[in-house]
Structures are given as C-alpha cells and as structure tokens.
Design a protein around this ligand. Sequence first.
Ligand SMILES: CC(C)(COP(=O)(O)OP(=O)(O)OC[C@H]1O[C@@H](n2cnc3c(N)ncnc32)[C@H](O)[C@@H]1OP(=O)(O)O)[C@@H](O)C(=O)NCCC(=O)NCCS
Length: 199
Amino acid sequence: MPLIPITPLHTSRLTVRGVTAADLTQLLPINADDRVTHHLPYASWQSMSDAEAWLTRIEGLQATGGTQQWVVTRRESGEVIGAAVIFKYDEASARAELGYLMSQAHWGQGLMREALSALLDHALARHAGAGATEGLRRMEAEANPLNTASNALLQRLGFTREGTLRQRWTAKGKTYDTHIWGLLRDEWLAASQTQRSKP
Ligand SMILES: CC(C)(COP(=O)(O)OP(=O)(O)OC[C@H]1O[C@@H](n2cnc3c(N)ncnc32)[C@H](O)[C@@H]1OP(=O)(O)O)[C@@H](O)C(=O)NCCC(=O)NCCS
C-alpha cells in the first residue's frame, strides 16, 4: 500500500502541507541558518540555487513514492516556519523515517510537536472503515545524542529510544553516534485515545 497521499493538515496554530516551489524563498533563510543545520548532515544553504537543487532532488524522490516533503506554516498568515519529511518508506514493512526542522525564531513554543502530532496522526493512522486501518505501522527517527531538542521532542511525542548506533554518521568533518527512535502505530493510537478520554 502506498503512503497516504499528502493533504493539508490543520492544527490550532498551523497548517502542514506539501512543499511547492513557491515555498523556497521562505525555506532558504531557515536552511541558511547554521544554528538550524548544526546537527543536520548537509551544509547550510547559500543561495536560491541550493534551494532549487534541493527541490529538484526532493521531487525526484517523491516521484518514486518513497518520500513526502511537507512544510509547516502558520495557519493564519501562511508563513513557512519549518519543514518535515517522511522518507525511506519501506512498503512491505509499512515503515518510514521522519525528519524535521523549524526556524530558530519559532523554537521552544511547542510548534514542532503540534506539527508532528498532526503528521503522525495522518501517516500512522487513517481509519478506512469498520475496524480497518491503513498507513504506516512504524515510524523511525535518528538523532545525534548531542541534539537535545530533537531527542526531547521525540520522547515527548512518545517515541521509544531503541538503541544507539556507534559512529553511524560522518558529516561536516565529524563522526558521531546516532540514537534510533521508534514509534508504533498501536502506541500512537493508544496514547491518542488516552489523551482524548481525559476530562
Ligand atoms: C528539533 C526542533 C525541530 C524542535 O522544534 P521546536 O518547535 O522548538 O520543539 P517544541 O517546542 O515542539 O518542543 C517539543 C518538546 O521538546 C522539548 N524541547 C524542545 N527544545 C528543547 C531543548 N532545547 N532542550 C530541552 N527540551 C527541549 C520541549 O520542552 C517540548 O516538550 P514540552 O512540550 O513538554 O515542553 C528544533 O529545535 C530544530 O529545528 N532544530 C534544528 C533542526 C534539527 O535538529 N532537526 C532534527 C534533526 S534529528
């Protein structure tokens, strides 16, 4: 079964939707910020040509059906403040990996948690009728142990830290370990159910 198609997701403060070429001017300053890209395995973007090259690559990956690139926007203004990607989709095992970034000006306001909650609702759990559920069975994420915010976010979302792969990545001249996080659809649904049943 393919990934559930991208449709705009609305939360109280945000709309999370598919990326378009028109978003690149707003994605450029976010990805050009060394504080944002510090723990990411690519160099900060320098110009629109970096942004365009990124989109071309993403469009190629999306065409294969194994990747979905989302942007996080302010619901009221439409301002693009972050991005999230579902990638490395393995159809047979109904699993994929999650990546994300947020403009530094918006850190620490619960916005990525809000965006990813909507995205996980969408990607893990769509009820297609009497007892049936489609969507991913498992979502994974990797985080550098030094990336406090990302590890805290994953924990807060209910991911389980399943292990640490040693010297997994070499990027920007450094080799580093990676925490592997996993979230099962059943865990997400159970947590959502508990949340909903709170008075
Ligand atoms: C990781 C990142 C997306 C978090 O975005 P954010 O919108 O600031 O996160 P939120 O405000 O939704 O925080 C979610 C939870 O994580 C915790 N958290 C966030 N930043 C934290 C920090 N610096 N230290 C400790 N905990 C932190 C929050 O306390 C929050 O828990 P709470 O809801 O119980 O308060 C953001 O820091 C970022 O874009 N970093 C650069 C890109 C990056 O590293 N991406 C991930 C690569 S693996």
